[in-house]
Write a new protein. Sequence first.
Length: 589
Amino acid sequence: MPNYKKILTRREFLWMVSTSTVALSQGVMTRNLKPLPRGKPSGLPFDARFTDVGMQAGLTHPTIYGGTSHKNYIFETVGCGVAFLDYDNDGWLDVFVLCGTRMEDPVPGSTNRLYKNNRDGTFTDVTEKAGLIRTGWASGVTVADYNNDGFEDIFITYYGQNVLYKNNGDGTFTDVTKQAGLLYDGKTRWGSGCTFVDYDRDGHLDLFVSNYVDLHMDRLPKPGANPYCNYKGVAVNCGPRGLPMPRDYLYRNNGDGTFRDVSEESGIWKAEKAYSMTSVAADFSGDGWSDIYVASDSTPSLLFRNKRNGTFGEEGAELGVAFSADGVEQAGMGVAVGDYNLDGRLDIFKTHFSDDTSVLYRNDGDAGFTDVTIPAGFGVETRYICWGTGFADFDNNGFPDLAVVTGSVYPEVEAKFPEYPLKTPRFIFRNLGDGRFEELVGEAGTGIAAPHCSRGCAFGDFDNDGDVDMVIVNLNEPPSLLRNDVSGVQKWLKVLLVGTKSNRSAIGSRVLAKYGGKIQAQAVMAQSSFYSVNDRRLHFGLGVNTKADLEVHWTNGLVEHYANLECNQLVTITEGHGLSKSLLQSIKR
């Protein structure tokens, strides 16, 4: 990367511009943008259709999170994430749904839920049997094998005490938070985004934890108490603006089941404080070392650049991913990481508040990132508060599409302003293959068009039929499980990485797939979307191509090549030991 010391004043300049040109009349940052006109429809076919099969599949418990008609406190509004994971190593994705509670009249049974995949399109609730019953204000989840024993473990952030669950390998989990050295020092924190990351490439997964607001109930203003507690003239819960900002934390894995706080010595604490939300770890610079990007709400987003010596430098503004193109901080919430333009680099998409666009940052390599939101076609959508998001090739045509889920935080506003409803639809941005996207709602199926108050979502192939499905958290409703049914003859390839010298989950590894003259990068990550976790198996749509070449960049620096891999299969690649093929056997519908 180039030397950015000469432009360090850019952060100060952009912050000054943003705070002086946007009225701070509410608790959440928005630019009050109107949507740009939609162009003429492309007319291109979209061969993916999404149907919500959540209830019939057995995902029946609602995610309780605050009241339904009003929310007095900000922690009632943010919601939580969801994870696709294979906790029992049977080759089928299970679902772990987080949950909150209520300040008044708590709902019995409001706990996180683990659903085991029955391999026939249905799931069984195994929460109690697995030892995962827990009530509280859950936020984010990250999943990976932190102790390299072959089973995926779970870490959850809370308003209160975060929790680390060790997978015992027999279908049960044990709370090892205290033994792992992750108990707090007595001070309440509001954990938000979190991700496992092997930042020092020693083969042991470390843990990055962001915090949203330094929240103290006895000092929290009541709705309507000040300008930060009003939205369009309606008294609402306060924040985050006007509330104190917390620090983010990095814990180094000692390799013996315990962690050590290295937040200060690693340089994490040198960054400006922010209202941090979703945290993702990936090699954005292409130098073989994992960086950390944090979507920040109403403050500049953060990019911690790995210096390859155990420390990080925060370079979000310098590299172009802290602000919008016009130098304004946005209400960063969810993050998608993918290679939308097929140049072999990892791009960033970040979701924001209503009356603003979400933002697409194109990775330009050594030149940093460029905000291409408007030329890419995302300026047409500013209506909704956007949360979970992800790049995925939903129709397997070889170009990654993008999904976004939405939902309001202010149930009180809808009565006065019907144009700001609590429940809003999801949408798909279909990749047109020329750097532009086209918004789809009804064309993508009933599961996309249906309105819900959604938050986290995860992407993965739950029924092993060769396409990418979605699971979505809906506040005070059961989750949605959107089954994707793809028509046509498009091909695909799935890749599961297993580390040996690298961490066993291969978190931080990148795969470059080459097919039909194209090249696409994907990363193995432990958190993305909004507070959520995707299928660890990487899915590449290949279009009409029947073969692909793979270039695997392992977390510890090893690079391996595999040529002429046949389509429509899952390949498992073990670091240093080659690949094994296993055809996916889908369920019969």
